[in-house]
Every structure is written in C-alpha cells, then in structure tokens.
Design a protein around this ligand. Structure first.
Ligand SMILES: Cc1cc2nc3c(=O)[nH]c(=O)nc-3n(C[C@H](O)[C@H](O)[C@H](O)COP(=O)(O)OP(=O)(O)OC[C@H]3O[C@@H](n4cnc5c(N)ncnc54)[C@H](O)[C@@H]3O)c2cc1C
Length: 408
C-alpha cells in the first residue's frame, strides 16, 4: 500500500461523498480556511441531485424540486444565479372528469371556494388545514413524534376524498411512501414549507445546485472518480489501493455506502423507492404550472416541466415527468393509466427515458445502529439519513459535521 500525494501531505479533513451533505461540509471548512479533500466515487458532484441533458431536454434523475424556504438553502445558495422558476403553489385535482386548479389558499384564498364547491374538500378539511398551518411552527423539530402521517390524518378527521385526491398523491410524492408512513411531524414540517415557500427548478437542471457549491471550492480540493473502500478515523483507502491520511474524516456517503464502509448490515425496507418516466409531446399553448395529482392510481403525479422552467425542453416541445412508486411500471403502463386523465392528447406523448431509484430516500429512524457504529469508531457522519430525507437535512448535517471540528 502506498500513499497518495495531494497538495498537502496530510489533509486535516477528508470528506467522503460530494452530495449536498459533503459539499456543505466542504463549504464550511473552506469558509474557515481549513484545508480539506472532498472525494466521490462518481464522476460528478451532487450525488442524488443529478441531471442529464438529452436531445435538448433537461432530465433530472428523479423528479425533485428546490424548496427555497429551507434555512440552509437561504443561507448557502445564490438563488438568483440558479435562474430558478417556481411551480405555481397548489395542484390540479381530479374532479370527476376534469382538472380543478387548487391554488394555495394562502396565496389565492378564492381557490378554496372552488375546491369546496367541487366536493373534493369539505368545510372541515379547510378548517383542519388552516388550524394545522396556524399551530405548526416553521422550525418544528421534524422527528418529534412516532405517529405516522396516515394515522395523524385519520385522527384529525380529514375526509377520505380530500385524502385520496390531494393529501395522498401530494405527500406520497414527497415521502415516496404510498401509505404515508413517515412521521406526522415530518408531514407538518413539509406542509408548512409548501404553504409558505416555493418549489422551484433551476434553468440548468437540479444538478446546477451542487455545481454552484462545488464551483465556490478550490478545484484541487475535489477529486472525483475515487471510490473509497476502507476507512478508519485517520485513514481513507481507495479502490485503486492508494490511501490518504487524515486528521479527521467526515463520512458523507449515502446510507447504503455508509453501512458497507462501516460493516453494518441494514434492515430490509430502509429506503423508499420511486421511478420517474419522462415523455415528450408537441408543445401546448395552455401553460400548466402545477402538478397534476392522480387519485387512486399507480401514478402519483405528472407535470409539464417546461411550462414551469422553459429551458427544460427545446422549442415546440413539452417535457412531461411522471412519478410513480410502482417501480414495475413501464412507459406503456403509464400511458394506459393516464389515458383517461390526460385525454386524446396522450396519443402524442413519446417516451424519452426513465430513472428507477431503488434507494431514493432513507426511512426515518432506520439508521440508529449505523450512527452508533460511527460514534464508536470516531468517524463523523453526514447525510440526509442522519436526520430526515431532504436537502435541508443533508446540508445541515454537513454543516454540523464541519462545525464539530471547528469547535474542537
Ligand atoms: C427522486 C428523488 C426526489 C427527491 N425530492 C426531493 C425534494 O423535492 N426536496 C428535497 O429537499 N429533497 C429531495 N430528495 C432528497 C435529496 O435529494 C437528498 O436528501 C439529498 O440529495 C441527499 O444528499 P446526501 O449528500 O445526504 O447524499 P447523496 O446525494 O446520496 O450523496 C452521497 C455521495 O456519496 C458518494 N459515495 C457513495 N459511496 C462512496 C464511496 N464508497 N466512495 C466515495 N464516494 C461515495 C456518492 O457517489 C454520492 O455522491 C429527493 C431525492 C430523490 C432521489
């Protein structure tokens, strides 16, 4: 075994994983002028935030949005440089045989009346939603309760129609859990974020977010295509047999890789899975800037992404994303499932590409053994699985990891 010679013989901190957690850890160290080496097995930064550019379309590897209200996002990103375009706040709800625009009542109170008139939402649903928004603190600790979201919605008495037509497909798409199993406290946190903030996508795709963070770091501090195979508190070994010594190690890999590196086996069912399928179609002039929530279906939602962010499709084309939790669905299944919701224009949809993400989001609470093992070995962990699945949590964990050395 021989040692890799980087700019500094010994790096005070080696960060493994250049997803949002690792990038945020690196940014904090850089701000404090502490040298670091950030490595990633892949040839790009961003981990689960990745985009591909194919035939003039921008395809995010799994549909996702940037919540501009997240405190870490506000603190650390230059949002104007991302050239963001926001979804209109709300969703299209299926009302017997047509779509009803349900705009966020905080932004357009009148839309409450059409939702009430349609019967999708009852007066009690409207009252419960308002009460929930009012009593939920913006910074409510997301993991404070063990009650599942579904149990909470039933206990509060939301109507089954409002659940099937709005809450289930909307929050199912955020949690990537059809049964709304994640904790109710997380539901309340996200609900507050969506009601008060906006959900946006950058002009160059979701990967523009990590690229912005990486661009602000010294380029010789980032090494890509370097898979770590072994770690200890003071040494990191790569797949090619080389090693680097470290004063400290921050392990910011995804939960699966973290478990492998620490020699811990994860329980079955530690992740939520999803599939995003992209279709192209001739451009429609009627812009639709919210998600279409599909009730009681294998598809959760679909969206015309270029109606929100025009750069996502070439001129004259629409780019449609379809999100499902049924990862066995193929393009033909999607077209059959959506035919009655989209109408005759679905015949012009042409399949572009699909992304199956079997470990899209970590299940809250499934990683206690992993965290304990890291503590025992003196390795600092970062990553969304250490908190809750979101950019906020991933970035915050990276900040905390870096700060643990700054305070020492
Ligand atoms: C489909 C989908 C939709 C989502 N929607 C949203 C959303 O709308 N809003 C939101 O806030 N969040 C969303 N998320 C969650 C969000 O993307 C993640 O929480 C966040 O990106 C996780 O960042 P991370 O740094 O913790 O992990 P990762 O991004 O997984 O980064 C880990 C990194 O470690 C690297 N690595 C792994 N093993 C090794 C090794 N052995 N050696 C070196 N490097 C290694 C990987 O290559 C990777 O780059 C979504 C996620 C998915 C997949």
């Amino acid at each position: 075994m021989h040692f890799v010679h980087f700019n500094y013989f010994m790096k005070p901190v080696v960060i493994i994983g250049a997803g949002m957690a690792g990038l945020q850890a690196a940014s904090q160290l850089h701000l404090n002028q502490i040298p670091f080496l950030l490595v990633d097995a892949q040839n790009h930064v961003g981990g689960r935030l990745h985009s591909e550019h194919i035939k003039g379309f921008t395809l995010d590897v799994g549909f996702q949005v940037l919540q501009t209200n997240y405190p870490e996002v506000q603190r650390s990103l230059d949002l104007s440089a991302l050239d963001l375009a926001a979804f209109e706040s709300g969703a299209y709800l299926w009302n017997q045989d047509s779509w009803l625009a349900f705009v966020n009542p905080l932004k357009q109170p009148g839309s409450l009346f059409s939702a009430l008139a349609s019967g999708i939402m009852s007066v009690k649903d409207a009252y419960l939603l308002a009460r929930l928004w009012f009593i939920t603190q913006a910074d409510v600790p997301p993991l404070g309760s063990n009650e599942s979201t579904q149990d909470f919605l039933n206990r509060w008495g939301f109507s089954s129609k409002f659940q099937s037509h709005f809450l289930q497909p909307f929050f199912g798409g955020i949690f990537l859990s059809a049964g709304l199993n994640p904790p109710a406290s997380l539901f309340r946190y996200y609900m507050k974020q969506f009601l008060e903030g906006s959900a946006a996508i950058p002009a160059m795709g979701i990967s523009a977010i990590p690229l912005q963070m990486a661009d602000a770091l010294p380029s010789d501090s980032i090494r890509l295509g370097m898979q770590v195979t072994q770690i200890s508190a003071r040494q990191v070994t790569f797949a090619d047999g080389t090693s680097v010594a470290a004063e400290h190690v921050i392990l910011a890999t995804d939960a699966s890789a973290t478990a492998k590196l620490l020699g811990v086996s994860l329980e079955k069912g530690a992740f939520w899975s999803t599939k995003t399928l992209y279709f192209q179609a001739p451009a429609q002039s009627n812009r639709k800037q919210m998600l279409h929530l599909v009730p009681n279906s294998r598809v959760l939602h679909y969206a015309y992404l270029n109606h929100v962010q025009p750069s996502y499709a070439p001129p004259g084309k629409d780019l449609i994303s379809v999100t499902t939790l049924d990862v066995s669905m193929n393009p033909a299944d999607v077209l059959a499932e959506l035919a009655s919701f989209v109408g005759p224009s679905i015949q012009k949809w042409a399949f572009l590409k699909e992304y199956l993400l079997s470990e899209a989001l970590p299940v809250v609470g499934a990683f206690d053994e992993l965290k304990q093992k890291a503590t025992d070995l003196g390795i600092v962990l970062a990553g969304d699985f250490t908190g809750f699945p979101s950019l906020q949590s991933a970035m915050n964990s990276g900040r905390m990891a870096a700060e643990s050395f700054l305070k020492a």
